[in-house]
Design a protein around this ligand. Structure first.
Ligand SMILES: [Fe+2]
Length: 611
């Protein structure tokens, strides 16, 4: 705004989990990235100094040119909640207060100073409320002129869910559900109890659910959750330990579900599968009730979602199929990272009073390709320095060659263009394979991702062909909707196959694209359009010309426990550590068999595998 130049706003989210920064120029998203990608610490919650510096660099500005910095929640409100919680449960909660307290005071009450000192910024810092940041990130970039907004997560300041309305350049939240009654924390309690990591293992619980029976739904609804018709609920704190302790569940929870939590990394049993299925059903039920209430109270036909629970793409798929909303848009960085984007947009529209331009049928996220990219010269220099043999190919030849390799059953690391913002890889930092190959699922899980084999991979499909392969005829650009594989493509199980236990079922081909078909025939779909990612689109099209199949397996470019790769060096390291056959880095194609021996301490894998 200074001197009549453009207005630059930097949004920051930090100190809870998944820190991020986002830069707007006159309201348009210039750049956004999560700190974990730079520091290589998964879910890094520290002040996002590297992400912020990257955003300024992408914008070609220094901190002095920022008009505003925004922080995605109000630290004092949050501190009040923490303090009150600990006082309420004292002396039971005192030990965890001692552990959590000093960090809160140090990091969260002095955010202003952090922003000044770390960034070298001397202007004004504005704060929005946590759920307002989520709501802003859900509505402002959406393709809707007006929409209902629903946010659901673990916890912000006091609110754990909220709803309201966005119209033009304004959002207003009407209702909130308050701590400690939280859908995110209910799901996280089961994530903890089934032996996965809270805040990142929720996806695994969702992936495990189709193997189970909803045996515990009644127990959950009778004992744990007092659920109202309108979707509001109370959690019976008798069974939880997150108010007082540093674990999610307690002895009463163990007694209700017949045993202690699964020890992480031990064998999964039918019990965890049944628990996963049960909490997933309850979660979907709550989301559906909330959505019906929001629909009834707002009378609107479009719905925007954000907050960590909006990453539950099974619930999202059901919401889209069963209504009551006609259209659904979900912020790809639905977790706290997206709050950085939300607060920046709130400042632009609410504080600066700027109007919002909506392009019909198109959101403002640029396909979520708003992170760093590396020019061919930089990549070439890196490869030469590394002594890594490569071929540099023209675009058409490269796409053709990669499509051939994929059709031959090779696994390809695909590093191209600007990194995605949000937890999913969408064809910029992806590992790709042939979905028709019945061995691809097991091969990619065990040899490349070093992880549990119970989850299928996600398909990327040409937008125009999605309805030929899936029971979905619409956009799912951010891999946030689950829908069944097209009925005609499903392969029913024989009587003997039905008797197979749990994970063995995944090895039975369930469709003509088995690597992306879950045991319940569902798939977590990404639709790819030419306008947002022409290279990825043309690659899939080249694969279709060779094979007739417009679908690729797309999994994030990382190994288990590691953030998605950011730089060419990260990608090369991941390529060399795993059994990925070929690597594409921009215009360069690398063959594993040509590479020099990879020398590295042997025990790196321990760090990642035993997370
Ligand atoms: Fe949140």
């Amino acid at each position: 705004m200074a001197n009549g130049g453009p207005t630059y706003i930097l949004g920051i989210s930090a100190f809870y989990h998944d820190s991020a920064a986002c830069l707007l120029r006159d309201g348009e998203i210039v750049a956004a990235a999560q700190e974990e990608r730079f520091t290589r610490k998964k879910g890094d919650a520290s002040f996002p100094i590297q992400a912020a510096r990257y955003c300024l660099e992408e914008g070609g500005i220094g901190p002095g040119e920022l008009s505003f910095v925004g922080f995605y929640d109000k630290p004092l409100l949050k501190f009040e909640r923490i303090l009150e919680t600990y006082l309420n449960v004292a002396p039971r909660g005192f030990s965890s207060f001692l552990q959590a307290g000093p960090l809160w005071i140090k990091d969260k009450l002095y955010i202003d100073r952090q922003i000044r000192d770390m960034l070298g910024y001397s202007g004004e810092t504005l704060y929005s409320e946590h759920h307002e940041s989520h709501a802003a990130s859900a509505f402002f970039p959406s393709p809707f002129e007006d929409a209902a907004i629903l946010t659901m997560d673990g916890v912000g300041e006091w609110a754990t869910a909220s709803f309201g309305v966005g119209r033009g350049s304004e959002i207003e939240l009407y209702k909130e559900l308050h701590w400690p009654d939280s859908l995110g924390l209910l799901y996280s309690a089961f994530t903890y109890y089934t032996g996965f990591k809270v805040n990142s293992g929720e996806y695994k619980v969702m992936g495990l659910a189709p193997y189970g029976e909803p045996k515990y739904v009644d127990a959950i609804l009778e004992e744990l959750v007092d659920l109202e018709e309108d979707g509001s609920f109370r959690l019976n704190q008798k069974y939880f330990n997150y108010l007082a302790g540093l674990t999610m569940t307690n002895g009463a929870f163990d007694r209700l579900f017949g045993g202690p939590p699964r020890v992480p990394e031990t064998k999964l049993t039918q019990r965890e599968m049944d628990l996963a299925r049960s909490v997933q059903e309850v979660c979907e039920d709550i989301v559906m009730r909330m959505a019906r209430t929001v629909h009834r109270e707002t009378g609107l036909e479009n719905l925007c979602l954000a907050g960590g629970v909006a990453l539950n793409c099974v619930a999202n798929g059901r919401l889209l199929r069963e209504g009551p909303f006609k259209r659904l848009w979900i912020q790809p960085a639905a977790g706290d990272a997206g709050g950085a984007l939300g607060v920046a947009q709130l400042i632009w529209h609410r504080h600066c009073g700027q109007p919002r331009k909506v392009t019909a049928g198109q959101d403002a996220m640029k396909g979520a390709y708003i992170g760093p990219q590396y020019p061919p010269e930089t990549i070439g220099e890196f490869l030469d320095k590394e002594g890594a043999p490569y071929q540099r190919l023209e675009r058409a030849e490269l796409l053709e060659r990669v499509a051939e390799l994929l059709a031959e059953g090779k696994v390809v690391g695909w590093f191209n263009g600007r990194m995605e913002f949000g937890p999913r890889a969408l064809g910029s930092r992806s590992i790709l394979g042939d979905p028709r190959n019945p061995r691809m699922q097991a091969q990619m899980n065990l040899k490349i991702k070093f992880r549990e084999g119970f989850r299928p991979f996600a398909p990327s499909v040409l937008r125009e062909r999605v309805a030929d392969y899936f029971e979905l005829d619409g956009d799912s650009p951010y891999m946030l909707l689950v829908a069944p594989v097209k009925r005609g493509r499903q392969i029913p199980m024989t009587g003997d196959q039905k008797k197979l236990w749990g994970i063995d079922k995944l090895n039975v081909p369930r469709s003509d694209i088995p690597a992306v078909t879950h045991v319940d025939y569902s798939a977590r779909i990404q639709t790819v359009t030419r306008s947002t990612n022409p290279d990825y689109y043309d690659l899939i099209e080249a694969f279709e010309r060779l094979t007739g199949c417009p679908v690729l397996v797309n999994t994030s470019f990382n190994v288990r426990g590691e953030p998605i790769v950011c730089t060419p060096a990260d990608a090369y390291q991941c390529f060399m550590r795993t059994q990925i056959d070929h690597l594409v880095l921009g215009p360069f194609l690398l063959d594993k068999t040509d590479q020099p021996e990879w020398k590295e301490a042997e025990d790196w894998r321990k760090e990642f595998v035993l997370d």
